[in-house]
Each structure stands twice: as C-alpha cells, then as structure tokens.
Design a protein around this ligand. Structure first.
Ligand SMILES: Nc1c(NC[C@H](O)[C@H](O)[C@H](O)CO)[nH]c(=O)[nH]c1=O
Ligand SMILES: CC(=O)[C@@H](O)COP(=O)(O)O
Length: 173
C-alpha cells in the first residue's frame, strides 16, 4: 500500500504562476484530481495564478507541457492524468512514455514538472488516489509544486547566475 501524503509545505507568499495540464480521460477521476489540486493550492499558494489546460488523454499531456513551458514558462507545471490498465500493453506504453517525457522536459528546461499521471490497476486504486483523502494525489501534486516553487525561489536568491565555470581556452587552466 502506498505511503500517505507528504507533509504540507509552508505557505508561499509571492505571486507565482502555476499551470495544470490535466487529461480528461476517466473524467470522474481526473476531474477529482484537478479539484483536489486546486483546493490545496488555494491554501498553500493563495496569491498564485493557476491556469488549467485539459487535454484528451495522458499521452497528450507532455506535448502540452512542452508548449506551455516554451511559450510562457510558469513557475511550475503540474501534470495530472489517470491511466487504468486494460487488457493490452497500451497502458504501460502510455504510462512509461509520459513519465520519461515529463522528466526530460523538467531537466531540459530546468522547470519543475510535477508528475501525477497515474497508472492504476482498477477503479478501486483510482478512487483512493483521485477522490479519497488519505492518498490523494491531487493534494500531493499541489504540495510538491509549492515546495518546488519555494526551493527554486530560494535558488534564484542564492544562486542567481550560471555558477558552472565555463572552460577557458587554455586547457591547462
Ligand atoms: N486508456 C487510457 C488513455 N488512452 C488514450 C491515450 O492517452 C491517448 O489519448 C490516445 O492514445 C491518443 O493519442 N488515456 C488516459 O489518460 N487514460 C487511459 O486509461
Ligand atoms: C491505457 C489504455 O489505452 C488502455 O486502458 C486501453 O485498454 P486496452 O489495453 O484493453 O485496449
């Protein structure tokens, strides 16, 4: 059984823009994920501007995240979705490709991308993580997002520039 939610981070004051990219597929569950995320963000980042983009399925989430970051990068992107395993390998293929793509985007753009595109076995697991409270992955997404915004704002204060020394022309330097 998965562990419970991470503790609530401290409330962040500064205004920040957060973009949620959420798939519509399995909408009973993905709607609940979105609602829980927004509710938790309202408490932890009351001054934040929260944009919401809904896409057809989990597989469409990464390309939308990439476009959002390239056009108007938010402080943090939250990716939400629910994949329920069927009778073929499609669920695994979608789940793994989305996971890899989101991590690639986060590290390429140095922008926090919170990954709560869930792959579950059945509706019971989906209910516990999307609608239930103890394991709610929407609240978990919001807490991770606020923590990362806080961390990156601190990094901007303490490590503003490119601190990796560029190699000099003199290879011996
Ligand atoms: N079966 C689920 C899907 N499948 C659809 C894909 O995500 C994608 O939209 C399609 O392959 C077209 O590119 N999506 C989910 O989010 N959840 C599922 O359970
Ligand atoms: C992730 C999916 O598209 C999957 O749930 C569809 O079900 P199936 O594997 O039976 O085609």
């Amino acid at each position: 059984m998965s562990s419970a939610l991470p503790p609530k981070p401290r409330v962040i004051g500064p205004k920040a823009r957060i973009c949620i990219v959420a798939s519509k597929y399995n909408e009973k569950f993905t709607d609940a994920l979105v609602e829980n995320t927004i509710e938790e963000l309202a408490e932890l980042a009351p001054n934040a501007r929260v944009d919401l983009i809904r896409v057809p399925g989990a597989f469409e989430v990464p390309v939308t995240v990439a476009t959002v970051i390239e056009r108007e990068a938010p402080a943090c992107v939250i990716a939400l979705g629910l994949i329920i395993r069927g009778s073929t390998d499609h669920a695994d293929l979608v789940g793994k490709s989305v996971t890899y793509a989101l991590q690639q985007l986060a590290t390429r753009y140095k922008r926090p991308v919170i990954h709560e595109v869930l792959l579950v076995e059945d509706e019971k697991q989906a209910y516990a993580r999307c609608i239930g409270s103890q394991l709610n992955r929407g609240r978990e997404a919001a807490r991770a997002a606020v923590s990362m915004i806080d961390i990156f704002q601190e990094l901007d204060r303490t490590m503003p520039g490119n601190t990796i020394p560029t190699r000099s022309k003199n290879r011996n330097a």
